[in-house]
Design a protein around this ligand. Structure first.
Ligand code: GSH
Length: 248
């Protein structure tokens, strides 16, 4: 087994569940890899410290650093979809995440892209809108609040709703369970952050799920949330995150 280490950053005032890094901890737990987590604090605008660009030029996280036996240099892997796929392709020694048909492989790959390409941007935009309101003083905040409310209800919130309706209907069509086939795949792992942490949890956009009345509106997705968050690997990952955050 190759030891792997992850460099993550996160907020000091929220837990690690609040960053995309949480899904990588879950993958590492599923694959039973040795790893360490490094956490960094966000600034007051939720941005990563600039000096972290030395870890990866684009300055976004999570990042995975893989230390391979016999090699002095570590390998750095970026983009959470790519990290999930990289770990599944290279370190799934017990074939726990393997899909059973070529169609399922394509579908799992689709969700890897969908999560960051068609779902997460709306959550991020809603978060940015919230920060915009918080970062100006009254009475400007009232005006900014009115504008961002319109932006959310006409665009970001509307797009988020259709993405959630889509996910819910996908699960309904296959009679519930996991997103692809009948076992955990990269699709479930990548959807952990937007759905488990943000829609049904207390992640950065946790309020979005409550506003959308998500438990009632997306019952199949809620069942998936209950299924995945009760897996021992998920429970271990969340506990590990709490321990790491406590060190900040
Ligand atoms: N699509 C990228 C998004 C990465 C990203 O935006 N990460 C956030 C944390 S969840 C970040 O590093 N933000 C730092 C910043 O914007 O300064 C991924 O999935 O890895």
């Amino acid at each position: 087994m190759y030891p792997a280490a992850c460099s993550f950053w996160n907020s000091t005032n929220t837990s690690l569940e609040d960053s995309r890094a949480s899904r990588i901890v879950w993958v590492l737990e599923v694959l039973e890899l040795d790893y360490e987590v490094k956490t960094y604090a966000r600034d007051r605008n939720m941005l990563a410290p600039k000096e972290l660009k030395k870890l990866w030029p684009i300055g976004l996280f999570p990042l995975l650093q893989v230390f391979k036996q016999g090699l002095s240099e570590s390998e750095t892997v970026a983009e959470s979809g790519h990290i999930v796929s990289y770990l599944a392709r290279n370190y799934d020694h017990k074939k726990q995440l393997v899909t059973k048909t070529p169609e399922d492989t394509e579908l799992a790959d689709y969700y890897l892209h969908f999560a960051e390409g068609s779902l997460q941007p709306h959550l991020v935009s809603m978060l940015v809108n919230r920060i915009a309101v918080q970062s100006v003083y009254w009475p400007v905040s009232v005006l900014v609040g009115a504008v961002t409310l319109q932006m959310n209800s006409k665009y970001y919130g509307a797009r988020l709703k259709s993405a959630l309706e889509f996910l819910d209907s996908q699960l309904e069509k296959k009679g519930g369970g996991y997103f692809v086939g009948d076992s955990l795949t990269v699709a479930d792992l990548i959807l952990d952050f937007p759905i488990n942490q943000n829609i049904f949890g207390t992640g950065p956009v946790g309020g979005a799920g409550r506003e959308l009345n998500a438990i009632q509106a997306y019952p199949h997705l809620y069942k998936w949330h209950q299924l995945t968050t009760s897996l021992p690997s998920h429970i271990r990952a969340m506990a590990r995150e709490k321990t790491e955050v406590a060190k900040l």
